[in-house]
Design a protein around this ligand. Structure first.
Ligand code: NAD
Ligand code: DAU
Length: 355
């Protein structure tokens, strides 16, 4: 079996669902259930005996140690994190506690477990750390995409905390020999994406007749990957990645934010036209920029393609249509996540931004 942390969040829940659909192995899913963790994402697994959910923090080393001894997983895949850049600007401490201190505690528990393993089981054990392209900082317009050797230059408390966690993971390999793998992925989108992030926020706001807030000039570039492609890349790295190596994962899909929002509006204009006959683009507004906003990210995903034969299955066009359809078909999920806490976050983040 495998142990997944943060498996009730956006990418983690997609990963767990896909894993159980494609493999015979059991998943122990350790998630403390912050605002971003949602058991609804895993509802279809309610009667699945191969899914063992444990509501606990990666900071609780003794619980993690007990779980490792009890279940003897062959791998740990670490998704657990605070993941939203804007929240890291408002409350950086949570990011240090989870992404830095939490990863440290998790590594300590895993190191003790791995040290006591023997023979082939020890040799085949893997700790896979899921990280982000944001650790590399911001790219100039014409600069080459991030390779695995690009220097780290994180610019937000979120990316700095992820960079710190990557360094800890690296050090546990070099110092203690822990068999680690690290993946640095670009922006994901797809089902179960919490509507504080650009793509789900725009779909949800458009349908609710609310403004579509573009930070600054909307020309910031992100490199978008459909979440199920990220999950297939992680499975591939786990299966065949070289111990101690880093693999960048991306979709070769660089797009300015404003183009993303226009695409979403066009799909909705076709599939769910506004009752007044106007385009959803009428709802776009410009708001104050994110402090320290990175201008461009781009992933060079040649290494994972060359060494492991991985390529994304979706283009942006196919992935974004699937995503918009998922939100149209899952309005109940959307309504459930828009709790009081969600509304106060939206109020906090957007009321301070003058239009
Ligand atoms: P998310 O915010 O949707 O989910 C994070 C999950 O971690 C939640 O279920 C939350 O409850 C859980 N969690 C938080 N603190 C925890 C703790 N102390 N102990 C146990 N569980 C805890 O995040 P996501 O978008 O699914 O991202 C998952 C991982 O992938 C993160 O490490 C993130 O840095 C990385 N990543 C995300 C993207 C992206 O575009 N979303 C891209 C590249 C890398
Ligand atoms: O690059 C990978 C990263 O992608 C992950 O590590 C992070 O966990 C994930 O949240 C994401 O970070 P971003 O900051 O790029 O994603 P977000 O969806 O918050 O913003 C995408 C872009 O859209 C960014 O340039 C900011 C802009 N934006 C975002 C929001 C929420 C807007 O213009 N308006 C908005 O309301």
């Amino acid at each position: 079996m495998i142990l997944v942390t943060g498996g009730a969040g956006f990418i983690g829940s997609n990963f767990v669902l896909e894993w159980l659909a494609q493999s015979e192995e059991t998943v122990i899913n350790l998630d403390v259930l912050t605002y971003a963790g949602n058991r609804e994402n895993l509802r279809s697994l309610d009667n699945n005996r191969r899914h063992i959910f444990v509501q606990e923090s990666i900071n609780n080393s003794s619980v993690v140690a007990d779980l490792l001894i009890q279940y003897c997983p062959r791998a740990v895949i670490n998704f657990a994190a605070e993941s939203h850049v804007d929240r890291s600007i408002h409350s950086p401490e949570d990011f240090i506690q989870t992404n830095v201190v939490g990863t440290f505690h998790l590594l300590e528990a895993v190191r003790a477990y791995w040290a006591d393993l023997q023979g082939q089981v020890k040799q085949e054990f893997r700790f896979l750390h899921v990280s982000t392209d944001e650790v590399y900082g911001s790219l100039q317009k014409d600069a080459s995409a991030f390779t695995e050797t690009h220097r780290y230059a994180p610019n937000s408390p979120y990316s700095a905390s992820k960079a710190a966690s990557d360094h800890l993971v690296r050090s546990y390999h070099h110092t203690y020999g822990l068999p680690v793998l690290t993946t640095n992925c670009s922006n994901n989108y797809g089902p179960y994406h919490f509507p504080e992030k650009l793509i789900p926020l725009m779909i949800v706001n458009a349908l609710a007749g609310k403004p579509l807030p573009i930070y600054g000039d909307g020309q910031q570039i992100r490199d978008w990957l459909y979440v199920k492609d990220h999950c297939s890349a992680i499975r591939r790295v786990l299966e065949a990645g070289r111990v101690g190596e880093v693999y960048n994962i991306g979709g070769w899909n660089e797009k300015p934010n404003i183009d993303i929002v226009h695409t979403i509006c066009s799909i909705l204009d076709e599939s769910r036209p506004r009752s007044d006959g106007q385009s959803y683009r009428e709802q776009i507004i410009t708001v104050a920029d994110r402090p320290g906003h990175d201008r461009r990210y781009a992933i060079d995903a040649s290494k994972i393609e060359r060494e492991l034969g991985w390529k994304p299955a979706e283009t942006f066009d196919t992935g974004i249509r699937k995503t918009v359809n998922w939100y149209l078909e899952n309005q109940k999920w959307v309504a459930n996540v828009q709790s009081g806490a969600y509304r106060s976050w939206v109020e906090k983040n957007y009321s301070e931004r003058s239009t």
